[in-house]
Design a protein around this ligand. Structure first.
Ligand SMILES: [Zn+2]
Length: 137
């Protein structure tokens, strides 16, 4: 991870991904750009644009963060958010303790749009925390 993405929390690897017009909102406020790792920006931009063009575009209004230097919940290893290489969507209905797809509401079509770019949805991979997507394990 470090060899590929650099040090966690190193903001010199971040770029501003322009998401104007895609309907992305954070806490109800329109978001014009997302700070993310330069190596994932293009791919993330394609995923978000495809979601915005589909029937589940409303999920983008529940964007809940990308770059955030912190450890994984309940662990010491840095989260992929520490590299700006993860994104959270609709945490209210797709939390850490909400099992997917039984209770969590993350649409399979959204997961497929991420998967098409090689991103992993945790709901799919571990059956919970389905808000969270990252481009690698
Ligand atoms: Zn996350």
């Amino acid at each position: 991870m470090v060899r590929f993405f650099g040090r966690p929390g190193d903001e010199s690897n971040l770029v501003s991904l322009n998401v104007t017009g895609l309907g992305v909102k954070y806490d109800g406020q329109a978001v014009r750009s997302i700070r993310c790792h330069e190596l994932v920006a293009e791919s993330l931009g394609r995923v978000l644009r495809r979601i915005s063009e589909g029937p589940h575009r409303g999920i983008l209004a529940k964007y809940a963060g990308c770059y955030n230097p912190r450890s994984m919940r309940g662990g010491k290893r840095p989260s992929k958010h520490s590299w700006g290489a993860a994104i959270d969507l609709d945490p209210d209905h797709n939390g850490l303790k909400t099992s997917w797809p039984i209770a969590a509401t993350m649409p399979i079509e959204v997961m497929e749009k991420f998967a098409r770019e090689g991103w992993i949805g945790l709901g799919w991979q571990i059956g919970r925390d389905s808000m969270h997507f990252q481009p690698t394990r």
